[in-house]
Design a protein around this ligand. Structure first.
Ligand code: NAD
Length: 540
């Protein structure tokens, strides 16, 4: 194991009493109005979140009981009836306003995200930027996504078909703690613009950020009752699944299966964005120095607690020695820190449970013969849940870190001899969320991408350009999810279609009844001739 020198790479030590940031305490006048927004009758107890930078208490949040959740959904349903009839231009304007406000008020969001998750500020900014991007996209594109479709009817010209999109009602969004602003709003914004109300259940650790989202949506002009936050853990989530008209769940595969089963019992839709064991392939024609910054970010942004994070690097043996040496150098140079500023590259893990999982995975790999090339140590000198960015080599395929999602700053390296072998290694996983391929030859990289079993593949980028291309669907194959997020997919998931078919020629003797008024086999003969004619004319 390689020893890190404590403090050497650290910035913004949380123990510095001279720094006003070092308290990591939220002012009561900031917390109180946020907490007042929780949809709770205050009878179900409280939850106390802690600041990952210090382990000290951050906020006490009232939990929402199942009846609070039902009341919030009823309130949403009432507000939604008016909202669904509100002009689309007005609904879109709220999103357009939000896209601006979230940038103007970004410092507040960045502080909250950092204090609740422990991530570095540059990773927190990804969330702010993402919300601005998603909000603008749906503000501009919602008219197209929600437009009435007019496919060809059964009998050309005399059958008029209109497919309308109508909101499902109240969308229940259940979110994890790792991207507390992005994952709440990337479900809520397409739902809202489509005319739904949204009730959000954030993770208990990151409720304040979700409440801040409610505050800025109100400032953007969203009427009351359309975006509500219920607080609590599993029971609150289950209560929401029991009453929502559609469930948009982001979280672990294990819980996703339970949520899907519960929603299935009620025959309401559920979109599931779940875990991954994402891999990066470095081909032998790569320019290592150009690739490295993006590769390092793909592994360690948000302390590796990102659903699209790479936890496996598959490298062609021809460049492996150079690549691995430079990777280890760059990973050791990453600056860990807890500052509410841009001095750190990598922040803290979010909780004790996360630290325990990461430590268990690394220890298991070492016990099975893996070699630690960088990191592999708990950095308690910086804060209670800090863990050094870690690179492992010689990881046996049955190690936990090779198969299960670690969800931390740990990546393992595997050497391959060809693109085909790389594809086989990358696809050897129960998950299929996101992969990336790095090559000097785009055509070659696309050929590799075409064989990958995942909902998205980035070429010469880790994840950001794929996630940020919000007009395109993202989601998981295999155990990584069901349904898709972004672009048209989100709107389609959170609306239902109503097909209205008009018999245009009925009054003029041109309808289907005129054919069936004929005797004996005549209707069959006419329809057979018509069907054969339509086939020849390739009428759809
Ligand atoms: P988790 O599944 O434990 O919790 C997610 C949310 O579900 C939390 O709000 C939690 O309170 C709630 N919940 C827990 N049990 C529930 C139940 N029985 N019914 C309803 N709600 C319930 O997930 P986590 O460990 O907090 O988050 C990390 C996981 O999320 C990782 O696996 C990560 O890959 C995944 N994730 C996926 C994406 C994606 O887009 N695919 C994005 C971010 C995170």
């Amino acid at each position: 194991m390689i020893e890190e020198t404590p403090g050497e790479a650290a910035v913004g030590s949380v123990f510095d009493p001279e720094s006003p940031e070092a308290t990591y305490v939220l002012e009561p006048e900031l917390v109180a109005p946020l907490v007042a927004r929780v949809a709770s009758s205050q009878g179900a107890g409280t939850h106390r979140s802690t600041c990952p930078f210090t382990g000290a208490p951050l906020a006490t949040i009232p939990v929402s009981s199942p009846s609070d959740v039902a009341t919030a959904v009823e309130r949403g349903r009432l507000a939604q009836r008016i909202w669904a009839r509100t002009d689309l231009a007005v609904r879109s304007r709220v999103l357009d306003n939000l896209a601006r406000i979230v940038l103007v008020r970004q410092s507040e969001a960045l502080d909250l995200i950092q204090l609740e998750t422990g991530k570095a500020r540059r990773s927190a900014f990804e969330e702010v930027g993402d919300v601005a991007q998603v909000a603008r996209h749906y503000a501009v594109r919602s008219r197209r996504y929600l437009a009435t479709d007019r496919p060809a009817g059964m009998i050309p010209l005399v059958t008029g078909v209109r497919v309308q999109r109508r909101p499902v009602g109240v969308v229940g969004a259940i979110a994890p703690w790792n991207y507390p602003l992005t994952l709440v709003l990337s479900e809520a914004l397409p739902a809202l613009v489509a005319g739904n109300a949204v009730v959000v259940k954030p993770d208990p650790q990151t409720t304040l950020t979700a409440l801040w989202a409610a505050e800025v949506l109100e400032e953007a002009g969203l009427p009351a009752g359309l975006f509500q936050v219920v607080a609590g853990g599993r029971e609150t989530g289950e209560a929401l699944v029991d009453v929502a008209d559609h469930v948009a769940f982001t979280g672990s595969t294990a819980v996703g299966r339970k949520v899907a089963a519960r929603a299935g019992e009620r025959l309401v839709g559920a979109t599931l964005e779940l875990g991954g064991k994402n891999a990066i392939y470095i081909a032998d024609d790569v320019d290592v120095d150009t690739a490295l910054p993006g590769v390092v970010r793909a592994c360690f942004a948000s302390t590796g607690q990102l659903c699209l994070s790479a936890e496996r690097i598959v490298v062609h043996e021809a460049v492996a020695d150079e690549f691995v040496a430079k990777l280890v150098r760059d990973v050791r140079n990453l600056r860990l820190g807890a500052g509410l500023d841009y001095t750190a590259d990598v922040g803290s893990l979010t909780s004790d449970a996360q630290l325990a999982k990461v430590t268990a995975h690394v220890d298991d790999a070492i016990a099975r013969g893996a070699v630690v090339l960088a990191g592999g140590v708990h950095r308690s000198d910086i804060g209670p849940y800090f863990y050094a960015p870690t690179v492992l080599d010689d990881v046996p395929s049955d190690a936990l870190v090779a198969r299960e999602e670690t969800f931390g700053p740990v990546v393992s390296v595997t050497r391959v001899r060809s693109d085909d072998e790389a594809v086989a290694v990358m696809n050897d996983s129960e998950y299929g969320l996101h992969m990336s391929v790095w090559s000097g030859d785009t055509a070659r990289a696309r050929k590799v991408a075409d064989q990958i079993e995942a909902g998205s593949v980035s070429i010469n980028d880790g994840y950001m350009l794929t996630w940020g291309s919000v007009g395109a669907p993202t989601g998981g194959w295999k155990a990584s999810g069901l349904g898709r997020r972004h672009g048209r997919s989100s709107v389609e998931a959170m609306t239902q279609t109503r097909t209205v078919v008009t018999a245009r020629g009925a009054g003029r003797g041109l309808g289907i009844d005129a054919v069936f008024a004929l005797e004996g086999a005549a209707p069959s003969r006419i329809l057979s001739a018509a069907l054969e004619g339509m086939r020849r004319l390739r009428i759809p």
